[in-house]
Write a protein that binds this ligand. Structure first.
Ligand SMILES: [Zn+2]
Length: 313
């Protein structure tokens, strides 16, 4: 292997999907839904002949990651019969590839250093007459687009192309989607002021390196898609097909997540956990749950998945 060459094999045609959890804790009911959906979509591909399914541990946001959680997630997946077709990819080992991508964007004028603190950005937004609405993030006002004016660079941002048309994509469940990235988000961060790699850059670099053709993930991530498409274009990477699955909500109506106290899965009974995840995805209940093994249950749901999504193209 040449120095600097990406060690990840990106096989060419067909279907390559992935499940990409952040190891901020063990799998919970919501993250198992995302895992099962991506696994079923890969297995149902090509009339049930199946594609490849990979797992990527997104441990790039290191302060939030819990040591050992990635290994626990892999054990939980295995207990559910969800075994990746290749050894998992760990984002924490991939900094050199993110740096290469950033260097390329900088060289092409598609990324620039930003000196702004959060407070600087809020003040610039106020000066532009934008009051911050509750829960709504305002777009970056572009302060550092044309230079740092003697200030020190803290983070790196992607330069959203001038005159960009709305970024459109066709989601296999949500239908036609679009976002005006310049107006709604602005130039977004690729490398944070604390030196950590931003989710958007790491995901796009790794999806390209792993040859991902189909992304199946929770609906809460849908609004990241336009930013990722812009980065794919800037880095010369293909745009995968997208399917965003319904979110699992807790009793309080909030999205189930580790942040709002979702319990780790109890895997004494993996089939029960899988059956709940399948129900959340609108898949049929098992006819004989007490004498069905995990593998047979997964096969039944893969058939139903194929019918629901009409065979992912
Ligand atoms: Zn700035």
């Amino acid at each position: 292997m040449k120095e600097g060459e990406d060690p990840v094999q990106g096989p060419g045609s067909g279907y390559i999907g992935r499940f990409a959890p952040s190891p901020t804790g063990p799998l919970h009911a919501g993250s198992l839904v995302a895992a099962l959906a991506s696994w079923l979509d890969a297995r149902a591909f090509n009339g049930g002949r199946g594609g490849r399914w990979l797992v990527r541990i997104e441990d790039v946001d290191t302060p939030r990651c819990i040591p050992g959680a990635g290994e626990i997630i892999l054990q939980q997946l295995a207990a559910c019969g969800l075994v990746p077709d290749e050894p998992p990819l760990w984002q924490s080992a991939r900094g050199a590839f993110y740096q290469q991508a950033l260097d390329r964007l900088v060289a092409e004028g598609a990324a620039y250093p930003c000196a702004c603190s959060r407070k600087d950005i809020e003040e610039a937004q106020l000066a532009l007459g934008h009051a911050r609405e509750r829960h709504a993030a305002l777009p970056y006002p572009g302060t550092c687009r044309h230079g740092l004016n003697g200030r020190g660079g803290r983070s790196w941002r992607f330069r959203v192309p001038d005159g960009l048309l709305p970024t459109r994509w066709s989601d296999r469940r949500l239908g036609e989607q679009q976002q005006e990235v310049a107006a709604e988000i602005g130039d977004f961060v690729l490398r944070r002021a604390d030196g950590l790699w931003a989710y958007q850059l790491a995901v796009v670099v790794d999806d390209a390196a792993q040859g991902i053709t189909h992304i199946v993930r929770g609906e809460d991530l849908a609004d990241n898609t336009p930013r990722q498409i812009l980065l794919q274009r800037a880095l010369g990477a293909p745009t995968p097909q997208y399917l965003h699955t319904p979110l699992v909500r807790g009793d309080n109506g909030e999205k189930l997540s580790k942040q709002n106290g979702a319990q780790a899965l109890d895997l004494h009974d993996p089939l029960q956990a899988l059956a709940q995840a399948a129900q959340a995805l609108g898949l049929p209940a098992l006819a004989h749950p007490h004498n069905t093994c995990t593998g047979d249950a997964l096969a039944q749901w893969a058939n139903a998945w194929f019918r629901n999504y009409n065979g992912p193209s």
